[in-house]
Write a protein that binds this ligand. Structure first.
Ligand SMILES: Cc1ncc(COP(=O)(O)O)c(C=O)c1O
Length: 357
């Protein structure tokens, strides 16, 4: 297929840029003694996950049981589910754990007791990590005594094995300035290091300390507390991450839109609105059209401002760069694949799209 014939809106992935990003992260982590466990919540593709494992990843992360189901059923092993699993989903989790190695995070004594009881009833032992709130103020046990209590509950539960601690510093990922991002990330790693020490002081060995994303993996490695990093967005990047200083990854993801109307002098209308691009992190960038900007104009429409109207024709393509890759990818069923020369090379299903339960 010729790219000009592509059905728009289309989510386009440059596979050459993807491969370079995968290789750069694998190279950056290899030889550090820290394991790479990429987060698949970004790309939602078992094919990309398998490639990450081929390049040396120790396993992968998923955010949800539903994503883990897609990954494990596709043959991906050693999956860490990085958000808490509520009691209503424990049966699905145990079914999955029977198929391949799946570990979970836990942030309360009650949750540890319940999962442990139900795993033991099925004769299973699930690897569990204490999720520690290192400052994001999302889920997670408080660092210190609360986290130690959850670790103790995991150790005491017959159906669980204590595997370590997780402390994701999500609020540090988009601090754009390098020194400030490093300073804030280090504060989080100090909380993790103290908690690890307190758990160890309670005679509980802590085999794994897992943390970090695309913005901070480098600081987690430098600090030394992490045994494992969990970056996700580096595979394709986005307009938000582009602004973070000194990140060696390139944009590999685009939305191809078509101009559908040119009747107003101030803007042209394209076929990409809220249903085709996420705007939680601001408007997407407009590629190749300097001085223009995108604004949503409803579910199905968007405006591109300041396009010279003499140049704009209905049916012409406009390429956008998503501001937030995860939430945009989740809007599409597949990637249209291109290479560095802009040649169309095929289609890849986004198998875990919408697997948010
Ligand atoms: C627990 C956890 N780890 C890792 C990541 C990956 O972060 P990023 O996509 O910014 O690399 C996320 C993303 O939200 C996350 O929630």
């Amino acid at each position: 297929m010729n790219l000009s014939e592509i059905n728009t809106p289309a989510l386009v992935l440059n596979v050459d840029a993807l491969e370079r990003n995968l290789g750069r992260m694998a190279d950056a982590v290899r030889s550090t003694g820290v394991a790479l466990r990429p987060h698949t919540k970004t790309h939602k593709s078992p094919w990309v996950a398998a490639r990450q494992v081929e390049l040396g990843a120790a396993g992968v992360c998923t955010a949800k049981v539903g994503e883990a189901e897609v990954m494990v059923r596709s043959g991906i092993r050693n999956v860490l589910i990085t958000t808490e699993v509520i009691p209503a989903k424990i049966d699905r989790l145990l079914n999955l754990a029977a198929m391949g190695s799946v570990s979970v995070v836990i942030d309360s004594v009650d949750a540890a007791t319940e999962l442990g009881r139900r795993a033991a009833a099925r004769g299973m032992e699930i690897q569990a990590l204490v999720d520690v709130n290192v400052g994001q103020e999302r889920a997670g046990a408080n660092p210190g005594a609360d986290a130690v209590a959850v670790a103790r509950a995991i150790v005491d539960a017959k159906g669980l094995r204590f595997a370590g601690i997780q402390g994701y510093e999500g609020h540090c990922q988009h601090v754009f300035e390098y020194a400030e991002q490093r300073r804030r990330a280090f504060e989080c790693y100090e909380r993790l290091a103290q908690t690890r020490q307190q758990i160890a002081d309670a005679d509980i060995p802590v085999p794994c300390v897992t943390t970090a994303g695309t913005g901070t993996y480098r600081f987690a490695i430098e600090h030394g507390v992490a045994t494992e990093v969990q970056p996700g967005s580096y595979v394709v990047m986005d307009d938000m991450y582009r602004r973070v200083e000194q990140l060696a990854f390139e944009n590999a993801l685009f939305i191809v839109a078509s101009i559908v109307s040119t009747n107003r002098p101030q803007w042209v209308i394209i076929d990409v609105g809220w249903k085709a691009v996420s705007t939680d992190a601001g408007a997407p960038g407009v590629r190749d059209l300097a001085g223009t900007r995108y604004e949503p104009a409803g579910d199905e429409h968007g405006r591109i401002y300041a396009v010279p109207h003499s140049a704009a024709r209905v049916g012409e393509q406009v390429w956008l760069v998503p501001s937030h890759c995860d939430t945009t990818i989740n809007l599409y069923d597949h990637y249209e694949l291109i290479d560095d020369d802009g040649k169309y090379v095929g289609r890849l299903p986004i198998a875990a799209r919408g697997a948010s339960t």
